[in-house]
Every structure is written in structure tokens, then in C-alpha cells.
Design a protein around this ligand. Structure first.
Ligand SMILES: C[S@@+](CC[C@H](N)C(=O)[O-])C[C@H]1O[C@@H](n2cnc3c(N)ncnc32)[C@H](O)[C@@H]1O
Length: 321
């Protein structure tokens, strides 16, 4: 083959490679754009709860959690233990609903609660309940977005921040986690109880799970989180992951999940036509993390390794411990 022939073929190949990557990039861009069109912007979540506030109260009462016990105080007692709420602590309820949990925790665990909701109707209703129960000094309710907690609260000012079936509404899970970090005192607790995308035990179930996740996301303005990504964000930020587990309540205490069906009956939202073919697409977990201490007086605590990590972040030397 002559020299110019070779050059010609070489340029054809290079052209082909260039065009392949050029169009592939466009394709990826297009995909990103379509997933961006979601209905769980904070504004749309707020509108959803404003509109459905009465229906939620009618079906769920004052604790808006689907994974629950028949006697809901058993769930809340479990959460007091699990979050390790202690008398006198200042805590942040991120996604507080109508302050069912916050009011119970204030009374039973003697904590001071800052409560945050994206719905004005929920804020209004919460304040009515709080006034009725004489809890004005213990609970303060703010209307706002948990993606930017620093807009509402002082940094390093909470002993615990918790999300009870509210984290999954976030349009940016990592941003929410990062925002909690600035709120917690060193040694403070972050607690998340939520539904997470189920792993398909049989590969053929994968698409059915994805389909049902999409239904939940669309119907409830949700963005069901991926457990592994959530853990990745937590660890990347520097949180000590103390616990990830299935919520450990006695089986006989559980409300069967027909409570969600009641809500679906009432509103027509995401009504499940045939339970026989239904693939349950989520698992419920609780995750508990600590923000490591960075004060040197904590020295060789049981979280020594994480303290070393913190030292890197704060540019401290090992000899300083
Ligand atoms: C399923 S309800 C759970 C309510 C409450 N945790 C309970 O147990 O009763 C979800 C809550 O998350 C809140 N939420 C959703 N997105 C939010 C956001 N971006 N900022 C603040 N709150 C939000 C909603 O306003 C609602 O109160």
C-alpha cells in the first residue's frame, strides 16, 4: 500500500472515532436532561403536602410514616431509643410533618426541637397542635428547605438531626447530607429512617422494581434513595457510620401496609390495581451516624481511626492526640 493510501485510511479511522465520541457525548447529555425533569423539586413537594395535608392526617393521623406500628407510640419509643435522645438536648427534625414525632419526643424525652417542613399548611397545623398542647417553649417550626439548613440555623448547634421518612423527598441527597454536617456539634448524631430501592434477588425482577420505584416517585414526589450511594455520601463527608439496619420492631406490632392503600383509595394516587402481581420495590432501613469529635481532649476514643481522618481534614498531627 502506498504511503498516501495509508494516510487516507488512518484519517478515516480517526474521523470515525471522533464522530463516535461526539455523538455519544450528546446522547449522555440528553439522558441527563431527561432525568432532571422530576416532580420532586422542593417547591413541588411543598405544594403536594399543602394540597394533601388533610388527607394525610385523615389516614395517617399525626405521624406520617408508612413503615409503622399499629400503636404508633411504640414506633416513636423505638425512635427515641434508636436516635438516643437525651433530656435537654437540642435536636432538628428535618421534614417534620405536622410535628407528631416532635411533640411526642419533646414530652417523652424532654428535648428541645427545631422542626422544619417544606409545607406552609403543615407548619400552620403544627403550630395549632403545639399551642393546644402548651409546647411553645419546646418546639419551634420553620417553613424551609432541608437542602440548605444553614439558611435557618446556627452552625454546630444541634445534638441530633433526624429524618423520619422525609430524606427520600430530596432532589439532591448528597447536598442534604452535607448540609446536616454543618448543623451538628462534634459528636452529634445524624439519623435517617427511610425506604431504599430494593435489590432484585432475581435479575428478571429488576425492571419491575424500577417501574414501581418510578410510580412511587411520581405519585409521592419522592426520589427513593439508593442505600449504597447514601452510605457513600455519608462516609465521603466524614460521618462515622455507626449503624445500618432493618428497623427492629416485633413483627406482631406492625401495622400491615394497607395504610398506604387507604391513602391511595382516598386520593386515587398510585392505586395498586392487582396486589397479586405487585413487586414490593423498597426496603426500610435506619442509618445512624456520628459527626466525629475533633476536639483533642477526646483523644483516643473508640472512634480513633475516624478521629485520624478528622485530623487530616483539620490539618492536625497524630502526635497532637
Ligand atoms: C412523609 S412526611 C414525614 C413527616 C414526619 N417526619 C413524620 O414522621 O410524621 C415527609 C415530610 O418531609 C418534608 N419535606 C420534604 N421535602 C422537604 C424539604 N426539601 N425540606 C424540608 N422538608 C421537606 C415534608 O414537608 C413532610 O413534612
Amino acid at each position: 500500500m502506498q504511503y498516501w493510501h495509508m494516510l487516507f485510511f488512518l484519517s478515516l479511522i480517526l474521523n470515525g472515532i471522533f464522530l463516535f465520541f461526539f455523538f455519544r457525548k450528546k446522547e449522555v447529555k440528553k439522558k441527563v436532561n431527561t432525568t432532571e425533569v422530576k416532580n420532586n423539586s422542593s417547591k413541588s413537594v411543598g405544594e403536594f403536602y399543602n394540597k394533601q395535608n388533610d388527607n394525610f392526617i385523615k389516614v395517617y393521623g399525626e405521624v406520617i410514616q408508612a413503615f409503622r406500628t399499629k400503636d404508633v407510640t411504640k414506633l416513636l419509643d423505638y425512635q427515641i431509643e434508636s436516635i438516643e435522645l437525651k433530656s435537654g438536648q437540642r435536636i432538628l427534625d428535618a421534614g417534620c410533618g405536622v410535628c407528631g414525632p416532635a411533640r411526642y419526643f419533646a414530652k417523652k424525652a424532654d428535648v428541645i426541637v427545631e422542626a422544619l417542613t417544606i409545607s406552609e399548611e403543615q407548619q400552620k397545623k403544627s403550630n395549632e397542635y403545639i399551642k393546644k398542647e402548651g409546647l411553645e417553649g419546646e418546639i419551634n417550626v420553620t417553613h424551609g428547605d432541608y437542602h440548605q439548613l444553614e439558611d435557618y440555623y446556627e452552625s454546630d448547634s444541634f445534638d441530633a438531626v433526624y429524618f423520619l421518612e422525609s430524606f427520600g423527598h430530596a432532589h439532591d441527597h448528597e447536598k442534604v447530607i452535607n448540609s446536616t454536617w454543618g448543623m451538628l456539634k462534634p459528636g452529634g448524631t445524624l439519623y435517617i429512617k427511610d425506604l431504599f430501592i430494593k435489590e432484585a434477588a432475581i435479575p428478571s425482577l429488576e425492571s419491575a422494581i424500577q417501574k414501581e420505584i418510578k410510580n412511587i416517585n411520581d405519585a409521592y414526589h419522592y426520589n427513593v434513595a439508593d442505600l449504597y450511594k447514601t452510605l457513600h455520601y455519608l462516609r465521603k463527608k466524614g460521618y462515622i457510620v455507626a449503624l445500618v439496619k432493618t428497623i427492629d420492631l416485633p413483627l406482631e406490632d406492625f401495622e400491615n401496609l394497607t395504610i398506604s392503600n387507604d391513602f391511595q383509595e382516598l386520593t386515587g394516587i398510585n392505586k395498586i390495581e392487582s396486589l397479586q402481581d405487585y413487586i414490593f420495590p423498597v426496603d426500610f432501613f435506619e442509618i445512624k451516624c456520628y459527626k466525629p469529635w475533633n476536639a483533642l481532649e477526646y483523644g483516643n476514643s473508640r472512634y480513633f481511626l475516624q478521629n485520624l481522618y478528622q485530623m487530616q481534614v483539620h490539618n492536625k498531627k497524630q502526635e497532637e492526640l
